[in-house]
Write a protein that binds this ligand. Structure first.
Ligand code: MN
Length: 737
């Protein structure tokens, strides 16, 4: 049986041994290209030959045979001379001393731009080692190239490299290139409608990636065609007779299945080899659209069609412009046969893909609007940008199902210095990048170099940026850094980091407070184990106890009372000071109008201290509550002067009491801020009895400190010490509840 598809490939292959001559290439292009500037094309040929000089391919051929072969492939899909020349020169800027300016001067700006585009793609390729990100890489290519001819040159380059890949010695290199071809370039070829190129790339890659499977499938295919040779020849004859009977002029091509496409179906579906492979295919090529439907009608009238396999891509072309009728019938001998029915033009389109719509009369515009529209491509909308043209170009089942270029625009494609592609939402910043690379990288990110330059972490990343994360040895991000991220991953990681750091700080603070409290009660912390105290006080663990105390949910006084019953009521051994609480308030506060024996309470809203001017309010059922004279709550009692009681501190209070002052601090929400604040308080001779985090924003944290001091003067000193810290925005005596 004639096998035109294979024959076509053999035909191409025969052109390659040796080098295509200058004259040969000129003739091939002139054959289809009107007004070809033969001088320019010829000069480009000579230039490539001269620039690549003595460089050689792995095959031993002179290097320039490669760009010449690439140019010939581009001529085969009848591209314009600018593209052919770019094919000839595609490796000159990358591999020789040629420059953009020189190429532009000799061959024109458009040629130089195409060569530049190809060079950029090639450079990206070397950076991108991770083929599992192939889909992203495809998107990246589509989002960044602005001239589809760049892609066409790149595809031709890849076809020739794959055809000669067996010359490469290193197996791992062959495998890497084959995977990249399979994952990136074959789908892109599909996408631009170059089916032949796509299936050749697939087959050549398959040969490298899984040679045994390919061999096995080809062997079975050969067996199967031999088994069915008679049937197939009869079907072919039946078809010819049928067409002659209808008076339709046609060409019939036999199509042989590709080993790789069978393999893929076997991989994806649980079907047997025979189920996939016993559908043989013929292509019927006719003169007009009318004839396409005539062929379809007569075929269906003699053979039963399988309805679920009928497709009319003429009335509804594929998004990339593909047109044809597809039907599968049960032909002679109950043999399943697929028929593809199309016109010569459609066949040409199927072979040349987007290149079929190139218009040589309109060089500035590139694509022929009429032809593109006829192919179902929205010319007006698409002709300006080739990547836009591709936006709907996907065959949903084959490639990038959710493919919409707008979607890619919402992404930014960035790279690690080693070339790993990191796709982020548009607007992403270096921390998003760092966390996308790895949580550990994000956690220690303290800066970034973008394209080699040190840039602020607030910088928005752009397509193609190479981002180097500068890492420290310690976790760096603090809560405020959330504002420099847009990805959920970075945000939740920063929150997690902040939380765990906070927990650690509170735990340490708690341990410190417990330690202080024990000393005040005359207990040497070295004599006791904190674990034992935790157990005695009813905590599950030391950490739980330390956190409860550190976070201010549990008072050290209660802890001491619980864990050291004998010590709870002992006065502070060193200081001989009386803490002010409701029990001893009457010893410390006195007033002329104060009824003897009345219960005194110290107001929590303003926590009065010896030295403060104070006033009492008689509250029913409660006694007298002591406020500072400036307490805001006093306004509540303005209308009831009879409740007011004049009070003063006793001498004992002024000289020896320990009181609790409450301070509100607003500090930068930074790593270690709690430790800094506590150290400052301790240095100013204040004992922190309780800390409470009141509010924690991105940039600032509000803290309430209960600090034991002997008098107001001490508290003022502590306030001054806190205010002197660079992390402190504000430190005030808390006067309201
Ligand atoms: Mn090349």
């Amino acid at each position: 049986m004639a096998d035109d598809a294979t024959a076509l490939k053999a035909d191409i292959a025969e052109e390659l041994p040796g080098v295509i001559s200058r004259q040969d290439l000129l003739e091939r292009v002139a054959e289809y290209h009107p007004d070809l500037d033969e001088d320019r094309l010829g000069r480009a040929y000579d230039y490539a030959k001269e620039k690549h000089g003595v460089q050689a391919r792995a095959s031993g051929d002179p290097y320039y045979s490669h760009p010449v072969a690439v140019a010939a492939l581009l001529a085969q899909i009848k591209l314009d001379d600018v593209t052919i020349i770019a094919g000839l020169l595609h490796d000159t800027i990358e591999d020789t001393d040629a420059t953009h300016a020189e190429v532009a001067g000799l061959f024109g700006e458009d040629v130089a731009d195409l060569v530049d585009g190809v060079t950029k793609l090639t450079q990206l390729e070397y950076r991108s080692e991770e083929t599992k990100q192939a889909e992203n890489f495809q998107k990246f290519i589509l989002a960044t190239i602005n001239d589809i001819r760049v892609l066409l040159v790149k595809l031709a380059d890849r076809v020739h490299n794959m055809r000669t890949i067996h010359h490469l010695n290193k197996a791992d290199k062959r495998l890497r290139i084959a995977r990249e071809t399979m994952d990136i370039y074959a789908p892109l070829a599909h996408r631009v409608g170059l089916y032949h190129v796509a299936s050749e790339l697939e087959d050549l890659s398959f040969e490298q990636i899984n040679p045994d499977a390919r061999k096995a499938i080809q062997h079975r295919l050969t067996e199967l065609s031999a088994e069915n040779a008679n049937d197939l020849e009869r079907i072919r004859q039946d078809l010819i007779v049928l067409m002659e009977g209808e008076g339709i002029d046609c060409r019939i091509k036999g199509r042989r299945k590709q080993a790789y496409s069978i393999w893929r179906k076997l991989e994806r579906k649980s079907i047997s080899f025979r189920d996939v492979a016993d559908i043989f295919a013929f292509r019927v090529i006719v003169g007009s659209v009318e004839d396409c439907y005539k062929v379809l009608g007569s075929v269906h009238s003699v053979w039963a069609c399988l309805p679920d396999r009928f497709r009319d891509f003429i009335s509804v072309p594929k998004p990339n412009g593909y047109k044809s009728l597809h039907t599968t019938v049960r032909a002679s001998g109950n043999r399943r046969v697929e028929l593809q029915i199309r016109t010569e033009d459609m066949d040409d389109s199927a072979e040349r893909g987007v290149a079929a719509h190139w218009n040589y009369k309109n060089q500035a515009y590139g694509f022929d609007a009429e032809s593109a529209r006829a192919a179902g491509l929205d010319a007006e909308a698409n002709l300006r940008s080739f990547s836009e043209l591709l936006q709907d170009g996907a065959e949903p089942a084959e490639f990038l199902e959710h493919a919409k270029l707008e979607m890619y625009r919402e992404h930014v494609f960035t790279f690690t210095p080693k070339g790993r592609l990191i796709v982020l939402p548009g607007g992403a910043m270096p921390l998003d990048f760092a966390y996308a690379v790895h949580t550990a990288v994000g956690d220690t990110c303290k800066g970034a170099r973008i394209n080699g330059e040190l840039r602020p972490l607030r910088s928005e990343l752009r397509n193609g940026d190479v981002v180097e994360v500068i890492r420290g040895s310690e976790p760096a991000p603090v809560a405020g850094w959330e504002a420099m991220t847009i990805t959920g991953r970075a945000r939740s990681a920063i929150r997690r980091l902040v939380r765990s750091r906070e927990t650690r700080e509170f735990r340490n603070l708690g341990v410190g407070l417990i330690d202080q409290a024990m000393r005040r009660h005359g207990i040497d912390p070295l004599d006791v184990k904190l674990e034992d105290i935790a157990e005695r006080a009813g905590f599950d663990s030391l950490t739980a106890m330390a956190l409860a105390v550190g976070r201010g949910r549990y008072q050290t006084a209660d802890l001491i009372a619980e864990a050291f019953p004998g010590h709870a009521t002992m006065p502070d051994a060193g200081a001989r000071k009386l803490p002010i609480d409701d029990d001893n308030a009457s010893l410390l506060v006195a007033g002329q109008d104060l009824t003897p024996g009345v219960t005194l309470h110290l107001a929590e809203c303003c926590s009065p201290l010896p030295g403060d001017r104070i006033i009492g309010i008689q509250e029913p059922e409660r006694g007298v509550v002591v406020h500072t004279i400036s307490c805001a709550r006093l306004t509540e009692f303005d209308d009831n002067p009879e409740l007011w009681v004049d009070l003063r501190w006793t001498e004992l209070a002024e000289t020896g009491a320990v009181a609790v002052g409450r301070i509100r601090v607003t500090a930068a929400n930074k790593q270690g801020v709690l430790a800094t604040l506590c150290a400052a308080v301790a240095q100013a001779n204040g004992n922190i009895s309780r800390v409470e985090t009141d509010a924690r924003g991105a940039d600032f944290i509000d803290l309430l400190f209960d600090i034991e001091v002997e008098d107001l003067k001490r508290l003022t000193q502590i306030l001054a010490a806190l205010r002197s810290l660079s992390v402190v925005d504000k430190a005030v005596r808390e006067q309201e509840a």
